[in-house]
Design a protein around this ligand. Structure first.
Ligand SMILES: *Cc1c(COP(=O)(O)O)cnc(C)c1O
Length: 459
């Protein structure tokens, strides 16, 4: 008999989580203004809000923490991080930052000016926020196929080279500070970008003399999908694939809370010594001295170890297997989600589930609240609340997709938890016809409103 799949780790420490009653949850979500970010974590049973900083560190990472060097300048932890970035990713220069958006801040403060254009494949929300806040444009060049949630193609995160070239051709060169390629494409459903696409995008960047920035939060998951799905890569190790991916990038920003499996940390890395040098000012001003940026020594050590573990096949195989497991359960129940299952999350297609709720009442948010009420499961809306208002007209933007993202923390939950999630989604799905009204906004901030938005039931 063929042995079934199992995780390549065992559990050394556990954390209690609390079930609640529906009555409790009804009160809590009302007090949170129907915004799941405003719940207390103890009011959540299974927390799939994000896979960012919520993973379980390994024994080797915890032991690396104990060896952290907290010197202000030139700490050994900084050099551990430097070697890991050089050996695994191939970059000579980097600046540590407290997380991914801080890396974006340091970089974009240096290279963006008002009126610039930064094309990308579905920019992540903080990336887009940083670009638009500086009065620059962030045109989306993702392939059209990404908007069809039921279409099964291997690399649904790809950039459309024709869309990109049109922008590169039509925009004056001095208004093009960089192109952003996000791997994996988070916003499009944790969907990977193929090596072929990386090469095509890099070739265009070269042709038009524009630096290629890889937004790299889930670069290792991307490499895993290249190994599994792209011809010619089956026999390569994840680390070999990662090295090849970054041959094509000039800059990378990293949220280490994702594929480096730490609770806090990030960095921006450069091939160009000159750009590294120019970015130091904003690092020192906003983050900290260049050998610690926004991080403590112990955290830099855990990050260096995490980059190594996170690019091992077994780690990725356990993780992505769990995402696929949840996807397969949902298939059993006939529930529509962004296909195929992505690297870090399942993205439920809320428009196909709650067909009675008008888009002005925030379909995916309505589904998020329903799933919380059903079983204390916290997902996150990737829809029109996240899309913010148009920076010029201030009208609500309604993206083509209304998704509820169920992001799975690394090495944290078991497949039994996934069974509970799937059953809860099924229960909501079974009563979908009775859900007719959504929510209206009662308070919001001008940029990235989703974190703090307040809502009330639509009447
Ligand atoms: C999480 C993420 C960021 C921002 O990183 P933080 O660590 O949350 O600040 C940027 N880009 C992508 C693709 C991400 O997933």
């Amino acid at each position: 008999m063929k042995l079934p799949f199992s995780e390549s780790y065992r559990i050394k420490m556990v954390e209690h989580i609390r079930r609640s009653t529906r009555e409790e949850r009804e009160e809590w979500i009302k007090d949170a203004h129907y915004n799941l970010f405003q719940l207390k974590s103890e009011q959540v049973f299974i927390d799939l809000l994000t896979d960012s900083g919520t993973g379980a560190m390994s024994d080797r990472q915890w032991s690396a923490m104990m060896l952290g060097d907290e010197s202000y300048a030139g700490a050994s932890s900084y050099y551990n991080m430097k070697s890991a970035i050089k050996d695994i990713l191939g970059f000579d220069y980097f600046l540590p930052t407290h997380q991914g958006r801080a890396a974006e801040n340091v970089l974009f403060s240096t290279i963006l000016k008002e009126g610039d254009v930064v094309p990308g494949n579905s920019h992540f929300d903080t990336t887009k926020g940083h670009i638009e806040f500086r009065r620059c444009a962030a045109p989306d060049c993702t392939i059209d196929e990404a908007a069809d949630t039921q279409l099964e193609i291997p690399f649904k995160g790809n950039m459309d080279p024709a869309k990109l070239e049109k922008i590169l051709k039509e925009t004056p060169h001095d208004k093009l500070p960089c192109v952003v390629l996000t791997v994996t494409n988070n916003t499009a459903g944790g969907q990977p970008v193929s090596m072929k696409n990386i090469k095509e995008v890099a070739a265009l960047c070269k042709q038009y003399d524009v630096p290629l920035l890889m937004d790299s939060a889930r670069f290792a998951e991307n490499a895993y999908f290249i190994k599994q799905r792209e011809e010619g890569y089956a026999d390569k190790t994840i680390k070999e694939i990662v090295r090849e991916m970054y041959q094509y990038a000039d800059i990378m920003t990293m949220s280490s809370k994702k594929d480096a499996i730490v609770n806090m940390g990030g960095f921006v890395a450069f091939k160009s010594k000159d750009l590294w040098h120019r970015c130091q000012m904003f690092c020192i001003m906003n983050e900290g001295y260049i050998t610690y940026g926004g991080m403590s020594g112990r955290d830099m050590n855990a990050l260096a170890q995490g980059l190594d573990e996170g690019t091992e096949f077994d780690t990725l195989d356990s993780r992505i297997h769990q995402v696929a497991y949840l996807g397969a359960k949902l298939d059993e129940y006939g529930i529509p989600y962004q296909r195929p299952a992505g690297g870090h999350a399942i993205f439920l297609d809320a428009k196909k589930i709650l067909t009675n709720v008008p888009k002005e009442e925030f379909i995916a948010q309505t589904l998020a609240v329903e799933l919380y009420l059903e079983a204390g499961i916290r997902g996150v809306e990737i829809g029109s609340i996240l899309a913010d208002r148009d920076p010029v007209t201030r009208e609500n933007r309604y993206p083509r997709l209304e998704l509820l993202r169920l992001a799975i923390p690394r090495r944290t939950y078991t497949d039994n938890h996934m069974d509970v999630v799937a059953a809860a989604v099924k229960n909501v799905y079974d009563r979908r016809d009775s859900i007719k009204r959504g929510y209206v906004i009662t308070a919001e901030l001008p940029v990235m409103r989703h974190f703090t938005v307040e809502l009330d039931k639509a009447k």
